[in-house]
Design a protein. Structure first.
Length: 746
């Protein structure tokens, strides 16, 4: 957007976005004593808004206002000499604000690093570059004690790096500050202070790919690289273990060689530290990361280095899609089917969909990678919008695991495990291999009940059962985190006959410990990985390769590459088979195929055992054949005949209130407004509901939904926007409302 240089007699008005939940910008006059020619969209300003002092962002510079000019206040202060948001990021934010019906100010403030939201200047920390001290002539061996092997290794690493190494790189290579200090104290090495920009810019060096690519991988890289410089979205459908990460890295090499930068979106960095580690090994340069595990300064540093063009690669979770890049060359979305790319609160957006929008705007290729792509993306291949590249076999000679369904209908279970499954686990451990036991429920048991009267422990604040946890012993609601003591007596009939129902990860862990007392049992769920680096430590432990059993939730299904796991056991596959949610079968198939894909990735053949009471369910039968493309084809046909997404579009209007009647009431008024104003004369948009949400009370709040659905996206957008503006213009007391465009949970 070009800035307008005002002529002598024209007036300059700044449209400023503020972090306020209103669908508009606010007009201000330029700050006093500032040359208006220096003002540009994307600069931050400090303004007075009513009685509040706020930070805002200039969105537009114009020569008129709908308000009387006399009433406009000048901006108090210009905070940036240069725009901190480029025209392309501003344009994407505006687009997202419209599409997702979310106020522009809130969109912009959702994507800025926290330090910049607070109006502070961009100030990023420098770093040290270490190199050997050329003045030290005596051989290093003489100065380093023989048992200080790491110090010697570090010295050698620096010797082999003619330009020295950045402190971050040294740490990535596994050395510590103490080792650096020891060498420094012996005058063997020297350091030089670098500002962060110079540091990141000088250090890029692509290491030769450590693995010769397979034929399929080579073709994939070549095809993807031929799109550099143009927009093209490609679905990289590669079976689990087919070497997609290797393809990404080789593509990024070429993107960087072309002088451009790459954004790589991953589902959750703290859960898959291996992916980041592989990138760090491949690219001998500091990689900008953006995820929830960073502090504010680290976030700002990655963001700023990307913006300046110094960081060549940004790896991050969903909000990283908004990272400003000086010269974006490609966007990769790994595990594109993953729900975590959808922001489910506040500014609700799909990072995967925005990746495609951004690629289109910035003319760069977008790669969506998955072994189990979303039906949306597969459909976009079918309708010609996306290209598809397949990697049909596993890399490095690994073969596919055999998948078998184990009928548990009339079998006794111990901690959820049947006898034949326990025997199979034993065989794999006896062969010195590792085992994954997958159970998507944390805690000890998902419910407790009174055997005499049937009482169940419910959450006080939600329509949900309390989960029993044993370490420490308590009841906890997994929806609002309310916790309570375990009752020794039934509160209804005073019976002491209280027992647990079902099994969670803690129970499976306890059972396995009793059966395999000699084998380390590693539980992996939200409770066991709460501490920083817990997942990283755990991955390191598993990578040592000693026989062990990993018991855990979804966290185990995502992206891990454990070479010695030869058995994956799914404790209960039935949960998602009979859900009311039309996406349930797609999600179940993706999850089971992904978790199965953790087996047999190394040189030994893998096995997968799925326990089920519905072994004849067609989806399970197909999962057992491991054929996701075929499952997807059938699910797509079903969606098409039912006119469900991706063959129609949805937005979900949600209301929350202290009483359900108010929540329903707001949605009913909305529906009536749409009818009264004849917003949809052609009747292309269906309004379903209002109905109470599937868990109608959560954390003490009652929730209801109105679903808007249409095969006509434009009509749906128009009505959704109208509804949001109407709701925004009216007051609803204690009833809150929010809109979810393209919802993934209904
Ligand atoms: P995906 O991301 O498709 O699941 P990965 O990239 O994790 O697959 O690769 C699976 C395993 O195969 C990894 O251990 C990786 O190092 C190995 N691998 C990938 N490409 C090759 C190759 N060309 N030659 C040998 N091994 C490979
Ligand atoms: Zn009772
Ligand atoms: Zn609760």
């Amino acid at each position: 957007m070009p800035s307008i240089s005002p002529t002598a007699n024209s007036i300059t008005i700044l449209a400023v976005a503020l972090p306020i939940p209103l669908y508009r910008t606010f007009d201000y006059l330029p700050p006093l004593e500032i040359n208006v020619a220096t003002l540009e969209p994307g600069q931050r300003v400090a303004v007075q808004f009513g009685r509040r002092a706020l930070t805002g962002i200039i969105i537009e510079i114009k020569d008129h206002s709908d308000f009387p000019i006399k009433k406009l206040k000048p901006v108090k202060q210009l905070l940036d000499q240069q725009p901190i948001l480029s025209p392309s990021i501003l344009s994407m934010a505006k687009w997202a604000s419209q599409y997702y019906c979310h106020p522009i100010g809130e969109v912009l403030f959702a994507i800025l690093p926290p330090i910049l939201k607070q109006g502070q200047p961009i100030n990023i920390a420098g770093t040290q570059r270490w190199s050997i001290n050329k003045d030290h002539i005596e051989p290093a061996e003489n100065a380093i004690k023989p048992n200080a092997k790491k110090q010697l290794q570090l010295y050698r690493a620096l010797e082999n790096a003619p330009n020295g190494l950045l402190e971050e790189t040294i740490k990535l290579l596994g050395f510590t500050s103490t080792q650096l200090k020891s060498l420094f104290n012996k005058a063997l090495i020297v350091s030089e202070e670098l500002d962060a920009l110079t540091a990141a810019a000088t250090e890029y060096q692509a290491s030769a790919p450590p693995l010769p690519l397979s034929e399929d991988q080579t073709v994939a890289v070549k095809q993807l690289a031929s799109d550099i410089g143009n927009f093209q979205c490609t679905l990289l459908q590669g079976v689990t273990g087919s070497g997609k990460t290797e393809v990404y890295m080789n593509l990024v090499d070429q993107v960087i060689s072309a002088g451009r930068q790459a954004i790589i979106l991953v589902p959750e960095i703290s859960l898959t530290p291996q992916t980041l580690a592989r990138f760090q090994r491949h690219f001998k340069c500091p990689i900008g990361t953006l995820h929830s595990g960073l502090n504010q300064n680290e976030r700002l540093t990655s963001w700023e280095l990307a913006r300046q063009g110094a960081a060549k690669i940004i790896i991050g979770t969903r909000s990283a899609i908004f990272t400003p890049m000086k010269n974006l060359g490609c966007i990769i979305v790994d595990e594109e089917h993953d729900n975590s790319f959808k922001q489910q609160e506040g500014f609700r957006y799909s990072a995967r969909d925005l990746a495609v929008t951004r690629g289109h705007k910035e003319k760069c290729p977008v790669v969506l990678g998955s072994a189990t792509p979303s039906l949306e993306s597969i459909n976009n291949v079918l309708n010609g919008k996306y290209k598809k590249i397949a990697l049909p076999s596993r890399a490095g000679g690994a073969s596919f695991p055999d998948i078998e369904l184990l009928d548990i209908k009339s079998r006794p279970l111990e901690g959820g495990l049947s006898r034949p499954l326990i025997d199979t686990i034993k065989q794999h451990l006896d062969n010195q291999h590792q085992v994954i036991v997958y159970l998507n429920r944390r805690g000890f048991a998902p419910a407790i009940t009174c055997e005499d009267c049937g009482w169940l422990a419910d959450c006080r604040h939600c329509d949900a059962r309390m989960t029993l946890h044993k370490h420490p012993a308590h009841l906890r609601c997994h929806h609002c985190d309310y916790s309570a003591a375990i009752p020794s007596q039934c509160p209804d009939c005073q019976s002491t006959n209280i027992k647990t129902l079902g099994a969670g990860t803690e129970k499976a862990e306890e059972t396995l410990e009793a059966i395999f007392p000699e084998t380390p049992i590693i539980r992996v769920d939200r409770d066991s990985t709460r501490k920083k680096n817990a997942m990283k430590d755990l991955v390191e432990e598993v990578n040592k390769g000693n026989p062990c059993i990993l018991v855990g939730t979804q966290m185990l299904a995502k992206g891990h590459d454990f070479a010695n796991v030869t058995l994956v056991a799914v404790v209960d596959a039935d949960g998602g088979l009979f859900s009311a949610d039309f996406r349930a079968l797609e999600k179940t198939a993706q999850l089971l195929i992904q978790v199965a894909g953790r087996s047999g990735r190394g040189s030994s053949k893998g096995q997968v055992v799925i326990q089920t009471s519905h072994g004849d369910h067609p989806i399970l039968q197909q999962i057992a054949r491991g054929n996701y493309p075929q499952i997807a084809d059938e699910l797509i046909d079903e969606r098409q005949s039912a006119a469900l997404p991706p063959f129609s579009y949805m937005s979900l209007l949600k209301a929350e209130a202290p009483h359900i009647n108010n929540a329903i009431g707001l949605l009913e008024k909305t529906k009536k407004m749409v009818a009264d104003m004849a917003l949809d004369p052609q009747q292309t948009v269906e309004l379903l509901g209002p109905i109470p949400a599937s868990m109608s009370r959560k954390a003490g709040v009652h929730r209801a939904h109105l679903l808007l659905s249409s095969e006509n996206r434009v009509a749906l957008q128009r009505i959704t926007q109208h509804i949001c503006h109407w709701l925004n213009d009216n007051r609803w007391g204690k009833t809150r409302w929010m809109i979810d465009v393209d919802p993934i949970e209904i």
